[in-house]
Design a protein around this ligand. Structure first.
Ligand SMILES: Nc1ncnc2c1ncn2[C@@H]1O[C@H](COP(=O)(O)OP(=O)(O)OP(=O)(O)O)[C@@H](O)[C@H]1O
Ligand SMILES: [Mg+2]
Length: 359
């Protein structure tokens, strides 16, 4: 599953995940189908808070520098990158249309999009994928994707300014799905909810028998925790982030602060899980007889203490953490412990990096 690819069959590319808290750059060597992959290069660099807010690039100079830093750290030879877009400016919709071939749909897509996309079709990049899931006679299911041109232009601009060449653009939720498919066997009947919790955005993708059945991004994530801690303890964002990750403030009273932090984390977890669960309930209400078998969490948010168990309790479902490195072969120069630590947040980047071959 992918959005637009400009140069299929390129020998190598960098999966570039421009997250609002960190930029991740990844290159893989795929060792034949199902045989796993080798990690060739990995670079991660932190973005200062407020560089990207609700999908808007507020400080493109800093974003360019951070992309450069991530790419330099990874030591890549190639300059070609695949990137992912997400958030409010991206819409994914599964629609049922009268059966037609690809060319006919290409002529028709603009018109169809007008019915289903809540944006002016002249202001979006449109893409689609014909799915073979339709059961209706003379009908076909189509996955419609619309991404606001402004957003895509912003990405292309920072990438070019960083000296890189964008050759593929994907939807973050689909990138996570690619990472899942490259690492898990998933039986043909499985319905799996992939939930990628970042700093600002949660990408939800319910994959039904290998096809995205419900894709939605909601605006919440790790920053909501940091902001709550910031408010409760009257500290800066950076200090609150440090406390959230288990650190302590310089003047912190050893036993009071952690308790307040813990309390804030629990309170925000209830809110975040509530929002995600509402989306999953919406899917459940519209899906005929498909039931979610499992939730796979990814993103840095997957590491929030107690989130997985609270989620399992709220939904009654099995909740696990996605390992986008599950099928990785021993790769020279990478510490297994460091990789295990990073793995949850590499879902989008790994998924993008698998676009190296025409998937
Ligand atoms: N061990 C941890 N405990 C709690 N939160 C964590 C932990 N590790 C990372 N996080 C949080 O995860 C978030 C970063 O996750 P991720 O890298 O997936 O986000 P991003 O891709 O940069 O953001 P987005 O996609 O939302 O723009 C941050 O809010 C960070 O504080
Ligand atoms: Mg992200």
């Amino acid at each position: 599953m992918g959005l637009t690819m400009f140069g299929i069959g390129k020998p190598s590319l960098i999966g570039l995940d421009i997250g609002s808290s960190t930029v991740k750059a990844i290159e893989l060597n795929l060792k034949g189908k199902d045989k796993g992959f080798e990690l060739k290069g990995l670079g991660i660099a932190s973005l200062p808070a407020e560089s990207i807010v609700q999908g808007a690039f507020l400080n493109s100079g800093t974003i360019v520098d951070t992309i450069r830093e991530a790419v330099d750290t990874g030591g890549f030879k190639t300059r070609d990158v695949a990137v992912a877009v997400s958030g409010h400016s991206v819409i994914v919709k599964k629609v049922s249309l009268p059966a037609m071939n690809r060319e006919e749909l290409e002529d028709h897509i603009q018109w169809e999009a007008e019915q289903y996309i809540p944006f002016d079709v002249n202001e979006v990049h449109l893409d689609f994928q014909i799915l073979d899931t339709s059961e209706g006679e003379g009908q076909m299911d189509v996955l419609l994707v619309a991404a606001k041109k402004d957003l895509v232009d912003d990405y292309f601009q920072v990438i070019s300014e960083a000296g890189l060449n964008p050759i593929a653009i994907d939807v973050a939720a689909f990138a996570v799905e690619n990472a899942y498919e490259h690492n898990y066997d998933g039986s043909a009947d499985d319905v799996v909810a992939l939930v990628n919790i970042g700093a600002q955005v949660v990408n939800i993708n319910v994959v039904e028998r290998g096809v995205p059945a419900f894709t939605r991004d909601i605006t919440t994530g790790g920053n909501q925790y940091t902001e709550e801690i910031q408010k409760t303890l009257s500290v800066s964002f950076d200090e609150a982030e440090r406390l959230k990750l288990g650190g302590r403030g310089p003047d912190a009273e050893q036993d009071v602060v952690p308790q307040e932090v813990e309390h804030a984390v629990r309170a925000v977890t209830d809110i975040v899980i509530g929002e995600i669960a509402r989306s999953l309930d919406f899917y459940a209400a519209t899906a005929a007889d498909s039931r979610i078998a499992k939730i796979l969490l990814s993103g840095g948010g997957a590491k929030i203490t107690g989130l997985g168990s609270a989620f399992a309790e709220r939904t009654g479902l099995t909740v696990e953490t996605l390992d986008p490195l599950a099928r990785m072969l021993p790769s020279k120069g990478f510490e297994p412990e460091t990789l295990a630590e990073l793995a949850p947040s590499l879902g989008v980047g790994i998924g993008l990096a698998t676009r190296r071959v025409s998937v």
